[in-house]
Design a protein around this ligand. Structure first.
Ligand code: F3S
Length: 755
């Protein structure tokens, strides 16, 4: 199977790394962290600039791009709009998000292939046309497939999915980006990134017993909270890193997205070498061994981390307890011993309705083996899971291997249902007709994200996240308050027993991974005759029209579409679930705009006041009427607006319907860039308390936009219906070229104009 992470490519990367590291180390005059090494090794051009984290922008040359089937549609549509012939760097497309989770793997796959066939045909034809590798539906989840085939220590990858940092488990800087970033990079442009700050996580001790890699990231999430990693790379170091398998490291870097980190990375070690060898990349392991110095931090970093990182956290793995986080936010953490009291004091629903293991985060060979070890204990006592147990293998390679080696049978023996190798219940492709509308219920998962509505589209589903072994234990106990470390289970003969911690599991199969055939299509060498397939009458795919350029006038007296209260993630702005099917059709998708946002003006979800008729209507209904009258409007929001995913649709749908500016207390990193790229002004209150000054019938004016410049605040006048006015200042982080995006109407317009 072609993987196109050729040894030649890796060898060239290592050569550049080596040279640039020496230059950059000399320039800064101090030892370098691993992330500094990888970033300097991928600078588009190295000169004498010393970068400050959180302040300077850098232009980088990534080694590859990964696209998934939902966000990838818009990337391809945008790439087509840019008018280029072929992608300039290795790119792959992965069909995973559009696969349902309803009955069981094969059945769901058949239905999903039927209902998404036009999207898959489009992606396959566009991949062939533009030189991208195409992973068919059923091949696996993007991050698992990338880890198995493309990730390599010291590499730089961007992906249109926020859990792209999964590849950090194999020592790669891998960053989730918006679709336009990907399209531009595919077009050969350098990729621009706000140079990240550095957070160091020192791991001492070693994982034992019930504690799993998942617990490390859950602990880090508790410490740093959902925004604590914003604009930072989290770099793990210390002796404890060696006690974690490569795939365990990937679980940790995957969920770095939950603390808002740019990405997370581990230093190269023997565990990575083993994984590379078992995934048929012996040659890359050899190259990595020869270039090890470039793939780990300089030795002085570890001995004096406080001097080199902006923040350092230390975790002793030997004393770390299993954690469970949730509901509704991944930083609401407690140890398993504290969970039972928490269930009572917060009135969480104690009976668990469904347990789910797998996903891109936790479906490695080691994860499945540890889960199977508990299942085998249960079987030997004659019991099964007390509740439905759903298993999502991360890839066909994993699915085939655990089928061959027996872990799948062990899980089936306790009543598990194996779903397709796809995102399914992790991204709202999970239909649960058994639930009453608004019925509060508890699920336990090994996934990464647990915002309301994320898994099954139901806002009252409480998702508690833990390690695979802990989720299997909870499935056997059937209650959220069950603590496997101290509570008994009842065997089929009526005797009581306690679960033993899972057996230490191999990180790779002794016999090697099963290598599936027929799931990947390499691009043809000549694609001149290939047509990209889009039905002009499609309800799911639509060729893009450029957004109009800024007319040069200030925005005056704009109405406020919403004043979002509390958390407003990309899932609130552009929900997934059933809407996933429309991600290639901007007009139709825009009906979901802000459907999950809580409006501070009326405490309602997804609706506000239409100033044209004074009625309460859905935001998209209002916006379509404003658009017809060519009225622009603004979004006002709370902290960390747009956290969650790299979903650029959360910027495109407001832009399509006429949003001129987003004004918030603070912005999540990827979403801020997405807003800028789509031509929406991304602004933050200079004084966050000014959020309170904005009232429902106010109008917003943004002034002196002709003088928009880096580091210059924007004047904003809030006009109240009483005739009174408040003048406030807004911050922004636009640099000169980003200001051109705004003026031209979008970054894509700039790219096309430059062709
Ligand atoms: Fe993302 Fe979950 Fe799929 S985190 S890649 S939706 S398995």
């Amino acid at each position: 199977m072609e993987t196109d992470t050729t040894e030649e490519l890796v060898s060239n990367v290592y050569l550049k790394l080596k040279n640039n590291i020496v230059k950059y180390r000399n320039l800064v005059g101090r030892p370098l962290t691993l992330s500094e090494k990888i970033l300097s090794g991928h600078l588009n051009e190295i000169d004498d600039t010393v970068f400050t984290g959180g302040k300077d922008y850098v232009f980088l040359k990534p080694d590859r791009v990964a696209l998934q089937d939902v966000t990838g549609q818009m990337v391809m549509l945008q790439f087509m709009q840019a008018g280029l012939k072929q992608t300039a760097l290795p790119t792959t497309v992965h069909c995973d998000h559009l696969i349902r989770a309803e009955v069981q793997g094969d059945v769901d796959m058949k239905v999903s292939l039927d209902e998404n066939s036009e999207v898959f045909k489009f992606l396959q034809s566009a991949s062939a046309k533009y030189g991208c590798g195409f992973w068919k539906p059923g091949a696996g989840i993007i991050h698992q497939v990338v880890l198995e085939n493309y990730a390599f220590p010291g590499g730089l990858m961007i992906g249109t999915d926020s859990h792209t940092p999964n590849a950090g488990g194999l020592g790669m800087i891998a960053i989730g980006v918006g679709g336009l970033d990907a399209a531009e990079t595919m077009a050969g442009l350098p990729w621009e990134l706000l140079y990240p700050k550095k957070i160091g996580v020192k791991l001492t001790g070693a994982l034992t017993g019930w504690t799993a890699p998942k617990d490390i990231i859950l602990k880090v999430a508790e410490e740093l909270t959902v925004s604590g990693g914003t604009n930072a790379i989290v770099e793990y170091f210390g002796p404890g890193t060696k006690s974690i398998s490569c795939t365990g490291k990937a679980t940790i870097t995957n969920m770095g997205a939950e603390i808002g980190a740019t990405c997370s990375v581990f230093p190269y070690d023997e565990r990575m070498e083993t994984y590379l060898k078992y995934t048929n990349r012996e040659g890359i392991a050899q190259l990595a061994n020869q270039n090890k110095e470039s793939l780990i931090a300089d030795p002085e970093i570890e001995s004096n981390p406080e001097k080199f990182f902006d923040r350092v956290i230390e975790i002793n793995l030997s004393t770390l307890e299993p954690h469970i986080v949730g509901p509704h936010t991944p930083d609401l953490a407690r140890t398993i011993s504290e969970l039972s009291d928490d269930v009572k004091s917060n009135d969480y629903t104690d009976p668990i309705s469904v347990a789910l293991i797998g996903s891109c985060t936790n479906s490695s060979y080691e994860d499945m083996s540890r889960a199977a070890s508990l299942a085998e204990q249960a079987k030997s006592k004659g019991i099964k899971a007390k509740i439905p147990l759903l298993v999502t293998p991360g890839s066909e390679q994993i699915r085939g291997t655990i089928e061959r080696d027996g872990q799948m049978n062990s899980l089936l023996d306790i009543g598990a249902t194996v779903l397709a190798n796809a995102c399914g219940p992790c991204i709202g492709q999970w239909n649960r007709p058994e639930l009453e509308k608004d019925q509060q219920n508890t699920i336990v998962t090994t996934f990464n994200r647990n915002f309301p509505g994320r898994n099954d589209g139901k806002r009252n589903t409480l998702n508690f996240i833990g390690s695979p072994e802990m989720i299997i234990a909870l499935a056997l106990g059937g209650r959220l308050s069950f603590n496997p470390l101290k509570d008994d289970l009842i065997a089929s003969d009526g005797t009581k027993f306690k679960l033993e911690p899972p057996k230490p599991a191999p990180e790779v199969p002794e016999e090697g991974f099963m290598r599936p055939e027929g799931i990947f299509i390499a691009p043809p060498s000549n694609s001149d005759d290939i047509e990209v397939i889009i039905d002009p009458n499609s309800k799911r795919l639509q060729r893009l029209e450029p957004f109009s350029k800024w007319d040069g006038n200030d925005f005056e007296n704009l109405p406020i579409m919403v004043k979002a209260k509390g958390k407003c993630t990309t899932d609130h702005i552009s929900p997934a679930g059933a809407w996933l099917s429309l991600r290639g059709h901007l007009d139709n998708l825009s009906d979901n705009m802000l459907l999950g946002a809580v409006n501070a003006f009326n405490d309602q979800v997804g609706q506000g006041k239409n100033i044209l008729n004074n009625k309460q209507e859905s935001f998209s209904q209002i916006a379509r009427q404003y658009k017809e009258k060519q009225m622009r409007w603004v979004i006002v929001a709370d902290n960390n607006y747009g956290e969650g995913s790299s979903r650029e649709h959360a910027a495109m749908t407001p832009r399509f319907l006429g949003c001129a500016a987003v004004i918030t207390k603070s912005l999540a990193r990827i979403h801020e860039t997405n807003l800028k790229k789509q031509g929406i002004l991304a602004l933050t209150f200079s004084n966050p308390e000014d959020y309170e000054k904005i009232l429902e019938d106010d109008k917003i004016s943004l002034l002196e936009l002709n003088e928009l410049a880096p580091d210059k605040q924007v004047r904003c006048v809030i006009s109240h219906p009483t005739g009174e006015k408040d003048e406030i200042l807004l911050n922004h982080s636009y640099n000169k070229s980003q200001i051109e995006w705004f003026k031209s109407g979008s970054a894509l317009n700039v790219l096309r104009n430059n062709q």
